[in-house]
Design a protein around this ligand. Structure first.
Ligand code: NAP
Length: 366
């Protein structure tokens, strides 16, 4: 263990304080945006990840300490997060990375945040609620675009219509995807769709339903996708029937439907490798300029058995900017001691109006 620690801390004597934020995967596109925002807000996180060279360059440019460790060996992760009060995990796809980090956080009594949007990751962490409560640890996945605004919207709709038994959520992202998001999507292409029915997650065909949605700018066609809220919105609201839609132009709607028949091919090793190579050849994510001009739109509708319906909308900054702002705002709340133990969603921990405290976010009710 001493050897691992020497390697991670590179011989430096670091003060072990229980007040610190550690950002893992800080050298990724989203991790680096988040690291920059923390510094702009006066925080001094430790940056961490497995890529020593890129991490060191980023840390130097921000005047921060860094630690290099992978997630393969539990003793390395234990040593890597030593002394932190909260880990903000930004290295995905999280289906591969969440559990080794959550394990270490639970062993060390460190709060866990991540920016996943993967339903199975939310459910795996939800299953560890009792363990987290016993350790006094908060497990709060999904502190980015998925699921902060949509989770707050879901909880707001439930507050407006407490008898709701059906929830539809939708989003429209106007802007480019990051490599990490595209890689996560590639890994899930062949898995079809997912909805919540009678309280249970149910596999459905890709693009199972199409619906016209008014995000506040006119009607747009949207298809169901297996988005994280089918997991989280149920825990936040108790509403047993949930579907999530994404605005999709014709080409994407057709491709999604076609994936019902090509699923096996899309999941094959060589197609996955080919698609991931294509993703890696592209830019890491939207440029600063693109992020400045992008916007995100969310829509939600709750309905009950008596035919009552409520609709609300949220409009905010571009998706990665919003991810950065919500992730850092939540890290600040945790550092201020607001970290209810156990599995949490953003709205469970900080309420339906939390997202309204984020710059440039507005909510309207119909
Ligand atoms: N929920 C949301 O709204 C939201 C928003 C933004 C991003 N995300 C998710 O966040 C993840 C990262 O996105 P990104 O845009 O930052 O991607 P990215 O630029 O590709 O960065 C990915 C980061 O994860 C690290 N990583 C990947 N696999 C790892 C592993 N097995 N062990 C250790 N580190 C690993 C990479 O390290 P190396 O450089 O060493 O490969 C890199 O630092 C994706 O899963 C994406 O879907 C979600």
């Amino acid at each position: 263990l001493a050897a691992i620690e020497r390697q991670i801390f590179q011989g430096k004597e670091e003060a072990v304080t229980m007040s610190g934020l550690l950002i893992y995967g800080a050298n990724g596109y989203s991790g680096a945006l988040i690291a920059r925002e923390t510094v702009a807000r006066g925080l001094r996180p430790i940056l961490a990840g497995r890529n020593a060279e890129v991490l060191a360059t980023l840390a130097r440019s921000l005047g921060l300490d860094h630690r290099t460790f992978g997630l393969d060996r539990p003793e390395a992760v234990d040593a890597g997060i030593r002394g932190s009060a909260v880990v903000l995990h930004c290295a995905g796809p999280f289906v591969h990375t969440s559990s080794p980090m959550a394990d270490a956080c639970l062993r060390a009594g460190v709060h866990y945040l991540d920016i996943t949007g993967e339903a199975e990751v939310f459910e795996a962490l939800f299953a560890r609620d009792a363990e987290a409560k016993a350790s006094g640890v908060m497990l709060l996945p999904g502190v980015g675009f998925d699921v902060v605004p949509s989770d707050c919207l879901a909880a707001h709709l439930k507050r407006r219509l407490p008898s709701a038994d059906r929830l539809a959520l939708a989003f429209w992202l106007r802007g480019r995807l990051s490599r990490g998001t595209a890689t996560t999507m590639v890994e899930n292409l062949h898995r079809g769709g997912l909805v919540r029915q009678d309280g249970v997650l149910r596999q459905v065909p890709a693009a199972w339903k199409t619906r016209k949605i008014d995000f506040g700018t006119g009607q747009v066609k949207a298809i169901t996708i297996p988005w994280g809220d089918v997991a989280t919105a149920y825990h936040s609201t108790g509403i047993p029937n949930i579907a999530v839609y994404m605005a999709a132009p014709l080409g994407l709607r057709l491709a999604a439907r076609a994936s019902r028949y090509t699923g096996r091919l899309l999941g094959s090793a060589w197609v996955q490798a080919f698609l991931k190579r294509r993703v890696r050849a592209g830019p890491p994510g939207p440029s600063d300029e693109e992020r400045r001009h992008g916007r995100s739109y969310l829509w939600g509708e709750a309905a009950d058995a008596a035919g009552r319906k409520v609709v609300s909308r949220i409009e905010g900054p571009e998706g990665y900017t919003l991810t950065t702002l919500t992730a850092v705002a939540i890290a600040e709340r945790v550092l201020a001691g607001e970290a209810p133990p156990g599995f949490q969603t953003p709205a469970m921990a900080y309420g339906p109006d939390f997202v309204l405290g984020v710059k440039d976010v507005v909510r309207t009710d119909e």
